[in-house]
Design a protein around this ligand. Sequence first.
Ligand code: 5GP
Length: 197
Amino acid sequence: MEKDVKKQQNNPGKLFVISGSSGVGKGTLLKELLNRNPDLKLSISATTRHPRPGEIDGVNYFFISKDEFEKSVQNGEFLEWTEFNGNCYGTKEYYVKKTLGKGENLILEIETRGALQIKKKIPEAVLIFVLPPSIEELEHRLRGRNTEDETTIQGRLHEAYREIECSSQYDFRVVNDDLNRALVELEKIINQELAKS
Ligand code: 5GP
C-alpha cells in the first residue's frame, strides 16, 4: 500500500475535492485516508446546520448562525457555498489560499454544487466522487444512522440521486464497496496526481 502522500516543497499545494452522498461511508474513508497520510489536510467548512451528537465546533465544522453566514457571503469570503437540504455550507477562500500557498495539500469534503464551483475557479483541483455500491445499500446505511427523521432522510436520498448524476463531471469516481479496497484506490489517485505537480 502507498503511504507516501508528501508535502510538495516550494510548490503550491494540490487541492482535492471529495464528494459523495451522505451515508456512502465517505466520512470513514476520509478519516482513514487522513490517519495514514498526515501530510494531507482537511478543510473545515462553515455551516448553519445544528451539530449532531458528538460533533465539535471548530473540529467538524464552524457552526454559525444564518446571519453570520449571510454576512460572509456578502463580504465575498467564500470560495464556494451552497444550500443543501435546508442548511448553508461554505468554504472560506482565505483558508484554502493560505494552505495551498504554504505548499500543503488540502482536501475539501463538499457536495457537488460546491465542487463544480471550485472546478471553475481552480481548474487544476482534482474532483473525486465516492459512489455507494448500490442505491439500496445507500438507503440502508442512511436509515441505519438513526440520527434523523423521515423527512430529513427523504431529503438526503433526493440529494443523493441528484449528486450521483452530477458525478459524471468529476475527474474520478471510486465505489465504496469495501473500505480497504476503496482506500487503496483513493490513495493511488492522490499519489498519481501529486506526482504530476
Ligand atoms: P452533513 O450535514 O452531512 O455534514 O453535510 C451535508 C453535505 O454538505 C455533505 O455532502 C457535505 O460534503 C457537504 N458540505 C460540507 N461542507 C461543505 C462546504 O463547505 N461546501 C459545500 N458546498 N458542501 C459542503
